[in-house]
Ligand binder design. Structure first.
Ligand code: 4GP
Length: 792
């Protein structure tokens, strides 16, 4: 679109939508009017892509979470229109960045698996794969976090208030969802997923729950206002909130209704499309030839019995025929081995949602057991595998039995699944299990968020690396080129200054851009061990106070983390970090050396400022607990060095970029397994003065938990001998000294700037493997067996 035409359209939109013009409209209004233009601009490609998909084998990504973030900037970049529009807007005296930051994050996910889903969608579009996403259009995204007196507070996130210009409501493709005691309408909202400069636009279809005639006029007339909209509210409740939990799951009927809601709508949608493609002769025997579904964790597992239900009850297939289709369509990704995340629903809850679905699950279980009896399995072995046991439905078991392929998300994670967590299943179906190490999209996490580094790499390597990230390897040729290394550090400095400004503006803390930016951003969970990081800072505080160290480089410790609202200990850790922050920042001796920042409301768009600014990436989970991690990859791509345990994808990062170019530390899974039963953290407490000093702070007046007893709780969880719980379950004290030593090494290494720059370069150069393009290609070739549409 040329400038004149653009201006005309822009003004039209401003007037039609808001009754304003260029001069009277707000930035937010301009952002919306502008986004609508871009939506129009991609319409043709979107339609063409959808039409192409009709002829091919399609994959569908079912996920209860898509943590998308903002769309405008990324869509412009992928369409190759960012510079053009930036220029046109500039001529109108509008800074495109000012408009981009008006957009609310679409935070329809908690963290890991939700952000992964968003990266996967983008990579599939960029590689031209026919992949459609299916999920839930939550009215309220992940809560917004703020701190009050150091405590986490939560407020709702009504992200669609600003009209959501990136969704298209497709009323005519609504579906009816039938629960035991309720019927609701699922209305699809389609979001475009723009491929990188290839004219491909895939679709993310999110369902919203509504109710057609939820308004009772009689009741309204009788002044029963609340009652008159009760049905409407009951329907809308289903997609009102994203459950703010990762890992731990609440056992709520509403949550299961939510899951069934989007699964049922999506299954109906896929089947309907299939039927439309074969108007005269629908043959469900071929269904699995044309369709494959990826279940992102267990949240969409209700899709399995729902598929059986639709095929049998509506399409009149026999059980055998229906099972033959269903058991060839699904695949399942596991994202965590933490037991609390393995979804289990009591039979009466499933029945309350849909008795028919419970019947089907019970029948799947019955037939499975009878097969196993036929194989002469012992009762114990069968018990281990059952889908319904002790009146509880095990969703992972249902997924594994039905799935063609099951995957973990990093090598170590898949091995743990095969050898421990899901061993009995692996014994039964060894060929089903595969590994697919996670990845991240370089478009959002480098091209968009770090344009200076992107341009510099292009200067060095030409354009090709942008569509094949393995070509970054060629950067190794510059590892001894001083001017390149200097430039790399200069770019880092610029990104640190950008973050420093954000910190000043939002947290009112002055940080020094020449200090080491040591960053840990991720959900708050005990296994991720933000506590270990905070203990290290406190130890450093004491060392500086007591002149135990001198002449150390300046350091800025930056945190960003949300805790699930009901997770008391995680919230205690947030309060603790905030107290350590105040202690350090307010001490005029200590704050010459270190500063602490806790970014409020960490989300995707704050991440875009954070990852490029890091010198050190903290990936310090208890070995064996972090399935993969993806933040580790975002930091790596932006040239941070990883201080990390041998866990998740850290191990693969160390292997690719070199242990010498990072800072591995801590006990391995094997070591932890060998001491698990005998580990006694109390010994560490009494034997190690540093540990004692740090832990005693929890009970001292130096920091204050405002009468919440949160710090006592942390203390007790680690070293209270009277506790009936397992002490220090995440081995914080065990790894403390190793962590201290590795931090000393970090400081020494940093004093050699050239060496540091070279290590940073080696990380960027070896990122290729961690592009989600690689991951998606593997899913496409080995699990989904789909091929790219030819270029449009
Ligand atoms: C997360 C894992 O904790 C993380 O290690 C992994 O990188 C991510 O999934 C994507 O695979 N798990 C979740 C969850 O988000 O809710 O279980």
């Amino acid at each position: 679109m040329e400038k004149e035409e653009f201006l005309l359209q822009f003004e039209k939109n401003l007037f039609n939508l808001f009754g304003k013009d260029l001069h009277t409209s707000t930035k937010k209004e301009k952002y919306i009017a502008f986004s609508k233009i871009i939506m129009n601009e991609l319409a043709e490609d979107w339609k063409k892509t959808s039409d192409k998909h009709k002829n091919s084998r399609n994959a569908y990504y079912f996920s209860a979470e898509f943590l998308i973030g903002r769309s405008l900037g990324n869509n412009l970049l992928n369409m190759g229109l960012d510079e053009k529009y930036s220029q046109i807007l500039k001529e109108l005296d509008i800074d495109i960045n000012d408009l981009e930051i008006q957009e609310e994050d679409a935070a329809l996910g908690n963290g890991g698996l939700g952000r992964l889903a968003a990266c996967f969608m983008e990579s599939a579009a960029s590689l031209d794969y026919p992949l459609t996403g299916y999920g839930v259009r939550y009215r309220q995204g992940l809560f917004k976090q703020y701190f009050h007196n150091g405590f986490q507070m939560e407020v709702g996130d009504n992200w669609t208030l600003d009209k959501d210009p990136w969704s298209r409501r497709v009323e005519s493709e609504s579906k009816i969802i039938r629960y035991k005691n309720q019927v609701v309408k699922a209305v699809p909202y389609d979001m475009p997923v723009v491929g990188y400069k290839n004219h491909v636009v895939n679709t993310l279809r999110l369902w919203q729950a509504e109710c057609d005639d939820g308004f009772d006029f009689q009741k309204f007339n009788n002044f029963q206002y609340d009652d008159s909209v009760k049905e409407k509210n009951r329907a809308e409740d289903i997609t009102r909130v994203l459950y703010p939990n990762d890992i731990q799951r609440p056992g709520k009927v509403l949550r299961l209704k939510q899951q069934y809601f989007f699964c049922s709508a999506s299954i109906q949608d896929i089947i309907e499309k299939y039927e439309k493609n074969f108007p005269n002769d629908v043959n469900f025997e071929d269904f699995a030839k044309y369709n494959t579904i990826q279940l992102n964790d267990t949240h969409p597992v209700m899709a399995i019995p729902e598929m059986m239900r639709v095929l049998m009850d509506d399409k009149k297939l026999s059980w055998k025929q229906a099972w033959n289709v269903t058991s060839n369509v699904f695949n399942y990704t596991n994202h965590t081995i933490l037991q609390e995340a393995m979804e289990k629903w009591s039979v009466d809850v499933v029945e309350e949602v849909s008795p028919r679905i419970m019947d089907i699950i019970a029948e799947i279980d019955r037939r499975f057991v009878s097969d196993l009896v036929g194989l002469y399995y012992s009762v114990d072995r069968i018990d281990n595998l059952r889908i319904v046991k002790d009146n509880t439905v095990n969703m992972a078991h249902l997924a594994i039995l039905t799935a063609v392929k099951i995957n973990g998300v990093a090598k170590i994670h898949t091995e743990i699944l095969k050898n421990e967590t899901l061993k009995s299943w692996h014994d039964l179906y060894p060929d089903k299990f595969v590994n697919k190490t996670n990845g991240i999209t370089p478009r959002r996490w480098l091209f968009y968020s770090n344009p200076e580094l992107t341009n510099f790499i292009t200067e060095l390597l030409g354009e090709d690396w942008k569509t094949d990230l393995t070509k970054l390897k060629e950067l190794e040729n510059f590892q001894d080129d001083e001017s390149v290394l200097e430039k790399l550090m200069e770019i880092k400095l610029h990104n640190k200054i950008r973050l420093k400004k954000y910190i000043k503006e939002h947290e009112n803390i002055d940080v020094d851009e020449n200090s080491i930016f040591d960053i840990q951003v991720k959900r708050l969970h005990e296994y991720k061990r933000q506590l270990l990081n905070a203990f290290h800072i406190l130890n450093l505080y004491y060392k500086i106070k007591n002149n135990e160290v001198s002449d150390i480089p300046k350091q800025t410790y930056i945190f960003g983390a949300k805790a699930a609202p009901g997770y008391f200990r995680a919230k205690a850790i947030i309060k603790f970090i905030n107290e350590v922050k105040n202690l350090v920042n307010n001490d005029d001796v200590v704050n010459k050396y270190i500063k602490v920042v806790f970014l409020e409301n960490f989300n995707v768009s704050i991440g875009e400022l954070v990852y490029p600014a890091a010198d050190v990436s903290e990936q310090i989970s208890t070995a064996g607990k972090e399935a993969s991690g993806t933040g580790n990859m975002k930091f790596m791509l932006n040239g941070a060095l990883t201080v990390g345990t041998y866990d998740g994808a850290n191990i693969e990062i160390f292997n690719h970029a070199g242990e010498d170019n990072n800072f591995p530390f801590g006990a391995t899974v094997d070591v932890l397994n060998s001491i698990r039963d005998t580990y006694n953290p109390v010994e560490y407490y009494y034997k190690d003065e540093n540990i004692k000093r740090v832990l005693d702070t929890l009970l001292s007046d130096l920091i204050n938990d405002s009468g919440s007893f949160m710090f006592l709780d942390i203390y007790n969880s680690l070293v209270n001998r009277d506790s009936s719980f397992k002490l220090d379950e995440y081995f914080v004290l065990k790894d403390f000294n190793d962590y201290e030593q590795i931090h000393e090494k970090i400081l020494q290494t940093y004093s050699d700037k050239k060496k540091w720059a070279k290590m940073s370069l080696m990380n960027i150069a070896n990122f290729g493997e961690f592009s989600s393009d690689r991951t998606i290609k593997e899913y496409a070739e080995e699990i989904w067996r789909i091929v790219p549409n030819e270029k449009i």
